[in-house]
Design a protein around this ligand. Sequence first.
Ligand code: COA
Ligand code: MG
Length: 292
Amino acid sequence: MRSFLFVPGDDPKKLSKGLASGADALFIDLEDAVAPARKEAARGIATDFLREAAGKPGPKLFVRINALDSGLTDGDLDAVMQGAPHGIVLPKACGGRDVTHLGAKLAVREAEYGLADGNTRIIAIGTETAAALFEMGRFARSSPRLAGLTWGGEDLAADIGAETNKAPDGGYSEPFRLARNLCLFGAVTAGVLPIDSVYTDFRNEAGLIAETEQARRDGFQGKMAIHPGQVAAINRVFTPTPEAVAFSRRIVEAFAANPDAGVIGIEGKMIDRPHLKQAERILARAIAAGVA
Ligand code: COA
Ligand code: MG
């Protein structure tokens, strides 16, 4: 999965547009994109949408529920789990213990609604409070359901009292770069997908591409979107190029032909074991994207 499109859960028109957006996954939002007065309606609209889409080809459907301390989590899950979503996005997660807690809640609904035990995935948003940053290394073994870890800078700015999360050059300022980087290290430590945050300036495609390429260079494997117009660029950036696929194949084949070699020269470059690991990762991504 490369692209994760947020769609407000109370908006049937945007939900059906999301299906046709080309995103690998939709994040049907019951949290910040839905006003308090619309929360109840959103549960019903999202559940109907999930039921309608069940079993059809298209993006994987996740629901972003309200945070564990909102008082809304159980009602959200009671509704949307009846639509058997692929997974749940947990905002304001404070480390692995919140993921474990959510996993227990999901197990109960899976049993009650006749869903396969353990099937519902979890993607956690791990950096939305100051306290959560100190937990970013503690997602490993929290739950076998955990599939990805992502980060957000808006709620964190509110929590710490930052006037902005931007530096004068337009990039993220230091506290938010720390959050982003901890997300990357935390996801890799837990063995789950590192997913970059949203790019909110949704009419600025050059800016989106620059931020997405930076994310890929650093090791992120996908990025969230807020507008369907952002999906194609994100998919393109996270799909390995034919050149990268061909070079990765050469590396894998060279080591397969020389199992005792520690280091090999290919096209004038020194290639050793870390390169092999990287090549295998690129090939796995290319296969997932359908280009290898
Ligand atoms: N998912 C699906 N469809 C979307 C969409 C989204 N996230 N964002 C916009 N669209 C649709 C619009 O409904 C519109 O459809 P139409 O042409 O049939 O009228 C079309 O795409 C073009 O939209 P546009 O006019 O460019 O944007 P907008 O002003 O209608 O919406 C936002 C702007 C930011 C309100 C909207 O993109 C949005 O709701 N994004 C998601 C916000 C969210 O979920 N945030 C929570 C996580 S940060
Ligand atoms: Mg938020």
